[in-house]
Design a protein around this ligand. Sequence first.
Ligand code: 5RP
Length: 236
Amino acid sequence: MNQDQLKQMVGEAARDEVLKLPAGQILGVGTGSTANCFIDALAAYKDHFSGTVSSSNATTERLLKHGFKVLDPNDVLSLPAYVDGADEIDPAGHMIKGGGGALTREKIIASMAKQFICICDSSKQVSVLGNFALPVEIIPLAQGVVTRELEKMGGKVTLRAAKSTRADLQQTNSEPFVTDNGAWILDVAGLKISDPIKMESHINQIAGVITVGLFAKEKANILLVSNASGVQRLTF
Ligand code: 5RP
């Protein structure tokens, strides 16, 4: 079974999980290839929900294409569940997220939801977070100062690049990747994150940081994880 099939399988399991919620509520929807499988699997049942809140422009586009109603988070008072993927998840449900660059909106929607339902294949399960470079969304003018602070913590910091082809120069330039919020992302390799709550709070204190892709306070409540023998459901 390949990774796409594992993603599809867990997307379908997440669809079955959210259909257990009473009808007529609003659902939070994440970003990434696994979240896309979930959206596609849920499309035929979209009327079960009165609307959705979306964590990125890409997810909004996909939801609208399927005919889901997408609401402004400011108009939403109660969100029973948020479904999203992860780049890494530890045995306590703490996650690294932001590989797709949507970490800030993902964390906002996760903070609104009663339950975070994480969906992934088993390659994302780790004993200690940090093998995947930690994404940190920053205000562009703070790149230098935030980089130095993250280096003091032992991180190897790279500004995330967006590949862009400059036809006029006849060459490919690597310009910074720009998030949906008009910000930049630093990817921090080499951190062993044994205390995710402490590290999340420490990085949050650095001036110029918008969001760190450590989801420790907003950790998963339910994990649906797929491997070749099926989907396992864990709770934290
Ligand atoms: C996007 C995310 C994604 O949830 C994470 O990168 C996992 O993506 P995928 O399901 O494509 O592996 O945090 O910002």
